[in-house]
Design a binder for this molecule. Structure first.
Ligand code: GTP
Ligand code: MG
Length: 200
């Protein structure tokens, strides 16, 4: 799929204020600093469409970007950022879950995981909760430029094993690097396929 246009539309914390044109949307979630905003820029090949930072906690709102005038990419705040106060964390969590559970246009959630780490309880718990609530999601292992291919397959296997404790079938898995654009075509094709099936 070719990205012809990619434009910022609106930021907010209230799903009632999200776009109402009923176009399909794909959102990115994961721990703070995992590379959600960077992945949106990589997919769209726009350097600073989504704001990124080396300091965790950069994205604090639900951000809608319209692609080719007919579907949305949605950048969400990260979870699990210790330095945000408990009150703000609760507030974040509330509107993120509100969005995930109630947004009917949300077609697929991409759960981003830093490929350098061992499976983390916070990510496993998050995905298990999505499963319990019947939210469709895929997994994206990010920052694969930062480790060797042998370490990557070791980490992926560890993760799969951990997921198979609770899941009979694994969700779709992507591996990406925002710097080398690995995984770009695969994710865009996946979205394109779903969009086409929705059209039918
Ligand atoms: P929050 O909005 O704070 O939740 O973070 P985020 O998940 O949106 O992460 P962001 O895209 O802001 O990236 C965090 C840091 O990781 C930045 O310094 C990025 O340059 C870096 N980064 C993101 N993706 C990659 C990647 O694939 N490879 C490398 N080497 N660095 C990356
Ligand atoms: Mg961000």
């Amino acid at each position: 799929m070719k990205i012809k246009t990619a434009e910022f539309v609106i930021s907010n914390t209230d799903i009632k204020k999200c776009p109402t044109d009923n176009l399909p949307e794909y959102a990115f979630i994961g721990r703070s600093n995992v590379g959600k905003s960077s992945l949106i820029n990589m997919l769209t090949e726009r350097k600073s469409l989504a704001k990124i930072s080396s300091t965790p906690g950069k994205t604090q709102l639900i951000n809608h970007f319209i692609i080719n005038d007919n579907w949305y990419l949605v950048d969400l705040p990260g979870y699990g950022y210790a330095k945000v106060s408990k009150i703000s964390r609760k507030k974040f969590e509330k509107f993120i879950w509100d969005y995930i559970e109630k947004r009917e246009q949300l077609i697929n959630l991409f759960v981003l995981i830093d490929s350098r780490h061992e499976p983390l309880k916070i990510d496993i718990d998050f995905m298990n909760k999505l499963g319990q609530k019947g939210i469709p999601f895929s997994i994206v292992f990010t920052k694969i430029d930062k480790l060797s291919s042998s370490k990557l397959s070791k980490n992926l296997n560890n993760y799969k094993k951990k997921l198979l404790v609770n899941w009979e079938v694994l969700p779709k898995i992507f591996t990406t690097s925002a710097s080398s654009k690995i995984g770009r075509i695969e994710i865009l094709n996946y979205i394109d396929e779903i969009n086409k099936s929705l059209d039918k």
